[in-house]
Design a binder for this molecule. Structure first.
Ligand code: NAP
Length: 335
């Protein structure tokens, strides 16, 4: 089996990874991008924007743009300048020495890596935790959302609900009252996990109501969300609530499993980068986008950090002229 070599390999193809790919490609580094592979609606190449419909806060689109279309354009732009896309999921990396070793699919179980990289850009993103209900895949982006900043605007004058009892749920609910006529926070206990100040802000908001000790057991709607069924956690009593929208705010999880023990992470699993830089704890490995951002989590901030990672990688490669150049001839598909 051929092991391909590249100067720069990008892991992940959301706004961060594809922006990094555009910049690397335009710097003539012929980046190879592992964009993941579709395994479910909520896990597919293109990142979280593939799960949204209209995106109205990405600059440059005064009329808004569909999330999947925006990502297709990012991708086409990267390809136009020479980025090579592989629709494969990376399952293992070895960052203990340069060049870094990368395995895809089940090959992670064999000893020969599929790819070697001088510089690695990690942009594997994060996923919103979901309730695990079967209707979620169908209704995400159709009244079901995980991002109030992104989608709140679409719920003007409607009655909506937020699931969760942490800071995210309080923040999202408070933000959503700018648009919605009523926001019900559905929480599985009778106490919030959120910080005192966020709780007080939510309690003081006339448009926010609380439904304590309830979990969502079903989501109604086919083309778009129409309501939910909730169940009382103590009595088991069920009721249907008509809703224009439902926001899930029960936390996020960064896609960092394959870097465990190799790259420094915060307690919550997000990668640590040096301040004002995309440098990680391993020289030659750079991180951008949501995989290292548990604060802003926006497409435009991810894209900006992707640009930073590409520039950091390019400058680092230049500074390491002692590294032998990668022979970028073989492609994975030619194996
Ligand atoms: P979090 O603190 O982990 O809270 C998650 C909430 O969702 C909890 O109330 C939890 O219920 C509930 N939950 C989890 N799984 C659930 C399920 N399957 N069904 C129903 N409910 C479920 O997550 P977060 O609110 O996203 O916050 C993450 C971190 O970011 C925290 O450290 C937070 O302080 C920080 N943050 C800060 C700000 C801010 O300061 N502006 C804003 C957002 C987030 P239980 O309480 O019963 O476990």
């Amino acid at each position: 089996m051929t092991t391909v070599e590249r100067e720069v390999v990008v892991l992940g193809a959301g706004p961060a990874g594809l922006t990094a790919a555009i910049y690397c490609a335009r710097a003539d580094l012929r980046p190879l991008v592992f964009e993941g592979e579709p395994s479910s609606t909520s896990d597919q190449p293109g990142g979280q924007l593939m799960l949204t419909t209209d995106v109205e806060n990405y600059p440059g689109f005064p009329e808004g743009v569909m999330g999947p279309n925006l990502m297709m354009d990012f991708r086409a732009q990267a390809v136009r300048f020479g980025a090579e896309m592989q629709t494969e999921k990376v399952t293992k990396v070895d960052l203990s020495s340069n060049p870094f070793k990368i395995w895809i699919g089940e090959n992670g179980l064999t000893s020969d890596p599929d790819c070697l990289a001088r510089a690695l850009i990690v942009s594997t993103g994060a996923k919103s935790l979901m309730l695990g209900l079967p209707e979620e895949d169908q209704l995400i982006g159709r009244g079901l959302s995980t991002c109030a900043t992104c989608d709140g605007f679409f719920f003007r004058g409607q009655e909506i609900a937020v699931v969760g009892g942490g800071d995210s749920a309080m923040e999202e609910a408070t933000f959503l009252t700018k648009f919605a006529s009523k926001v019900t926070i559905i929480h599985r206990r009778d106490q919030l996990r959120a910080s005192k100040i966020m709780q007080e802000r939510a309690f003081a908001n006339e448009r926010i109501e609380f439904l304590w000790n309830h979990v969502v057991t079903a989501i109604h709607g086919t083309e778009s969300l129409e309501g939910v069924r909730v169940s009382h956690t103590k009595t088991g009593e069920e009721q249907d609530i008509p809703l224009g929208g439902l926001f899930i705010a029960i936390g996020h999880s960064p896609n960092t499993d394959i870097f465990a023990g190799q790259l420094k992470m915060k307690e919550n699993g997000y990668l640590i980068t040096e301040p004002d830089s995309s440098r990680t704890s391993v020289e030659g490995v750079f991180a951008c986008g949501d995989v290292q951002d548990d604060v802003y989590r926006q497409a435009v901030t991810a894209a900006g950090s992707g640009c930073m990672a590409a520039i950091d990688a390019e400058r680092w490669l230049e500074s390491r002229s002692d590294l032998p150049e990668a022979s970028a001839s073989a492609t994975l598909s030619s194996q």
